[in-house]
Design a protein around this ligand. Sequence first.
Ligand SMILES: Cc1cc2nc3c(=O)[nH]c(=O)nc-3n(C[C@H](O)[C@H](O)[C@H](O)COP(=O)(O)O)c2cc1C
Length: 222
Amino acid sequence: MTLSDLNRLLAERHSCRAFLSDPVPKDQIEQILNSATRVPSWCNAQPWHVIVTSGEETDRFRTAMLAEAADGTPSPDLPFPTSYSGMYQDRRRACGWALYEAVGVERGDRAASAQQMMENFSLFGAPHCAILTSPAELGGYGALDCGGFITVFCLAAQALGVATIPQAALATYSPFLRRYFDIPEDRMILCAISFGYADTDHPANSFRTDRADLTEVVDWVG
Ligand SMILES: Cc1cc2nc3c(=O)[nH]c(=O)nc-3n(C[C@H](O)[C@H](O)[C@H](O)COP(=O)(O)O)c2cc1C
């Protein structure tokens, strides 16, 4: 494999926000998970653990998740960012507006943007959802290791033609997820990854995000 093969895979992957209902064969899900577990972790602790839903269990979870999001109290295990400012706020807005423009939500239409946000809790129609947790005692470093797991999960899935979206939105309701999936108190709920086959005709999948130039992210020394 060459760097251009990897770059092609990176360019093809994007966060999918509308899925077909067709399930992904279990052996392919296992291949994706096996690839994701190859990422490095501090002391090789491999802090990740996932609960993967399929079939009717995904639908049952979707229904319960939507009900929770309608009137639950936000309480993420891993505190959400307190603010986005400067270039981070600019980039956050740009990707939000790109999505809203794609699906026809007018700027300032709070009801429509809230409705689009709620699509998170229906898993964007995905037939599978992976709930990712890490031992609470590993704190931020467990979460850091799990970031690598998420990245390779998404790339390995892409290599098999499977679309993905990491979703911190679901972790908003960590106590609900803990009860629903019987997740032990000593594990921190980080996020979900919904996955399946992309509905390529859906407007939510019609835009792509860009990346800052290296001049914005690197200071060369020497
Ligand atoms: C840890 C993590 C959590 C995310 N949570 C959400 C989410 O809750 N809802 C959502 O629509 N997108 C979510 N995303 C997707 C990002 O918005 C997306 O990765 C970013 O805009 C870059 O776009 P791309 O993935 O299409 O390249 C998340 C991504 C990551 C890595």
